[in-house]
Design a protein around this ligand. Structure first.
Ligand SMILES: [Zn+2]
Length: 697
């Protein structure tokens, strides 16, 4: 389960996340800033509730109504909530650390130096303005020098970066024509294998090009204007006509793209191509030149995640004139680096991706943007600094104990599943036994040895960091897989299940109040962070997890009957979520969000069992006002408190594998213990008769 966060196009992928817990949102600050009198003894925010609402009529309002009525979405955000505030508070701490360390004269460790210089270069606005478009020039000259389609294929290959991750971070987005992911093989779990994904669009997804609606039409015309503006800023003439041709080409690419729903289906993604297959399966591109440009001339085997999109793109390389391709490459180069170019570029980027796409009126302050870019490029360097200062061993120990209890609860649930065949159950238990749970930070840090980061070159830093990562990734091809490798930074407020590695990451930054508090009672901690832990564990055993065995091989270990039962139960949950309508013209897509909704359900159930097992006081009151069972469910719902701007909410519904936060709290409708805890009765809005409650685990 991935928690959920901010918007921006980089983040967008995070929201597509099926394996992570949230699409990130900033949590902590809301609590801190408003100094809401959090009832520490019970671990919940009583002042943030609306006790005049019946829990059975509107549980979200009952638990969060006070907070909702008091909270304004900050002007530089598309939404705000528990996760967003926590992210924001974490960022503020890191910014203060980086700035004070930069002033300190003492000798720096290599990681400190990289983090401080990367951040500092981005903060040097005067220097960035003074250099103007000079850093872009060599890249634009290379594009202008492309003489023929052979040279074009080579340039497209050279643009390839390790910038997608369809399974762990569920990041499908790259502006380059294709994206590369290096991970263990679907069919060869012991060795690193290259996966090729579709890319090349400037809008978040094919649906933005192809859906016929007033909102999408408006976004498309704004995108067209955005392309033209970027070209003008880069000094090109005839920008409007060029923008039209670029857009027309992207639209054709979008037609060949795979939908988000199909992208999530690993069976459709498992297409093993040998090097020789490319010219017959995706004709039109000089693939030898492409792979030579990419530094992959010697690699024979690939997994092609999106074969249709690869074929469509290769055909366009053949049919579209070279000059149009050159314009296309210019635009995407400028667009991609716009954050590290002068203000006019960065502002234009925000005007489109921030305001038009997400409805965010105001850009984040420079220091927050600097940190976001540093986190994306050199996340482990920043993370080491954060963890050393803010993640005590006691937090790690308590979180580990919670994980152990919830894993045990899950194991017991598997024992009791009457629908699962004994052989399947055995394999599920085996998988639980070999599960790696990473808490706080990775066992081994990325050192960035050989990466040059300087204090006066924000553009070059980003460029070199991306290339460094790419070269590091392709150097691993064919080598033994490290199953304990992390895919998230410790300072990220999120969590993830990595299905092939059979591993979970719970970064240090999510293990903080209000989601996790060493001084709070078990009921609150298990309700808030425990349900997140349960969510991530359950992904190992859901529709996607059932496709990977305990070693991470893509192998269906469920019987046909197991799957049939699971599908029947799933269908009921799909219908339940299809009924939720945030807008009169837009409902939640129960199918698109199914895996995440299932994980929410399984996670909450396992966390409840874990809490009951851990807490000797279970069922007895821990505060004057609420029983521990009540505290468990209130803490769960308060962990998802959130407000979104309409534009962001609409985008999320269309592109995210997670239901919007408010609807995630409705998971309680399927849990019997919630009914008894709050005396929810027939006739109340959220009441489901026992036979309508979905029970999968
Ligand atoms: Zn998830």
């Amino acid at each position: 389960m991935a928690y959920r966060t901010s918007i921006g196009i980089r983040r967008l992928s995070t929201r597509l996340i099926r394996a992570t817990i949230f699409a990130a949102a900033p949590l902590a600050i809301a609590f801190n800033l408003q100094a809401a009198p959090i009832a520490k003894s019970a671990g919940i925010d009583e002042a943030g509730m609306n006790k005049s609402t019946l829990p059975g009529n509107d549980f979200y309002e009952f638990t969060n109504g006070g907070w909702l009525s008091k909270t304004e979405i900050p002007a530089d955000r598309g939404g705000w909530g528990a996760g967003a505030a926590l992210g924001d508070a974490t960022n503020a701490r890191i910014i203060a650390l980086l700035e004070s360390m930069a002033k300190n004269k003492r000798l720096k460790t290599p990681a400190e130096k990289i983090a401080i210089d990367f951040y500092g270069a981005y903060m040097d606005e005067a220097g960035i303005e003074a250099r103007g478009v000079a850093p872009l020039k060599p890249l634009l000259q290379d594009i202008a020098a492309i003489a023929d389609k052979h040279g074009l294929a080579r340039a497209l290959g050279a643009s390839l970066r390790a910038d997608v991750d369809p399974l762990n971070a569920t990041n499908y987005f790259t502006e380059n024509l294709f994206g590369l992911w290096v991970a263990q093989g679907f069919n060869d779990p012991d060795h690193y294998t290259p996966y090729l994904l579709q890319g090349g669009l400037g809008l978040p997804d094919r649906a933005f090009y192809l859906t016929d609606s007033a909102r999408m039409n408006e976004l498309r015309s704004k995108y067209l204007a955005h392309i033209a503006t970027m070209l003008k800023l880069a000094g090109l003439d005839d920008a409007d006509a060029r923008a039209n041709r670029i857009y027309a080409m992207e639209r054709k690419l979008a037609e060949a793209h795979t939908s988000l729903e199909d992208s999530q289906d690993v069976l459709k993604a498992n297409n093993l191509w040998h090097r020789a297959d490319f010219s017959s399966k995706a004709p039109g591109m000089d693939w030898s030149a492409f792979f030579a440009g990419a530094g992959l001339a010697k690699q024979d085997v690939y997994i092609v995640w999106h074969p249709g999109a690869l074929a469509g793109a290769a055909a366009l390389v053949d049919s579209v004139p070279l000059a149009d391709w050159q314009d296309y490459l210019v635009f995407h180069t400028v667009n991609h680096f716009s954050r590290v170019l002068p203000k006019a570029f960065a502002d234009q980027r925000f005007a489109f991706y921030g305001t038009a796409l997400s409805g965010t009126p105001q850009q984040q302050p420079r220091n927050k943007r600097a940190l976001a870019v540093a986190n994306a490029a050199v996340g482990d360097a920043v993370g080491q600094i954060y963890v050393a200062r803010y993640f005590p061993a006691s937090s790690k120990a308590r979180a580990q104990a919670m994980v152990a209890n919830i894993v045990k609860a899950f194991d017991k649930r598997i024992d009791k599943l009457d629908w699962m065949a004994p052989a399947t159950r055995q394999q599920a238990k085996e998988k639980l036994k070999t599960l790696y749970v990473g808490i706080g930070y990775p066992d081994r840090w990325e050192t960035y040895r050989g990466l040059r980061i300087t204090r006066d070159d924000a553009f070059g830093n980003q460029q070199r960091a991306e290339l460094f990562r790419y070269q590091e990734q392709i150097a691993r091809l064919g080598k033994k897989v490290d199953a304990r490798e992390w895919c998230m930074s410790p300072q990220e407020v999120n969590a993830v299940n990595m299905p092939m590695q059979n591993a979970l990451n719970f970064p240090a930054a999510i293990l903080q109040p209000p989601l996790f508090d060493a001084s709070a009672p078990d009921a609150a901690n298990y309700g808030a962070i425990g349900s997140v832990i349960g969510h991530e564990i359950s992904h190992s055993f859901d529709d996607q997890g059932s496709q990977f065995d305990s070693r991470g091989r893509l192998r269906d270990w469920w019987t046909a009957e197991d799957m049939a039962h699971f599908k029947t139960s799933s269908a009921a949950l799909v219908a339940q979520y299809n009924d939720y309508k945030p807008f009169s013209d837009l409902a939640i897509n129960g199918q698109q969000t199914l895996s995440e909704n299932l994980a929410d359900l399984a996670g909450l159930a396992a966390a409840f069992d874990g809490y009951r097992a851990a807490s000797a006081r279970a069922g007895k009151p821990s505060s004057a006002n609420y029983t521990d069972d009540q505290v468990f469910f209130i803490a769960f719902s308060q962990g998802w408190r959130n407000k979104s701007r309409d534009a962001q909410l609409r985008q999320q519904i269309l592109t995210d594998g997670h239901s919007p936060a408010q609807y995630r709290t409705l998971t309680v409708r399927n849990i019997d213990a919630w009914y008894s805890a709050f005396e929810v009765k027939p006739g109340q809005s959220l009441y489901l008769p026992p036979e309508k409650r979905v029970r999968v685990w």
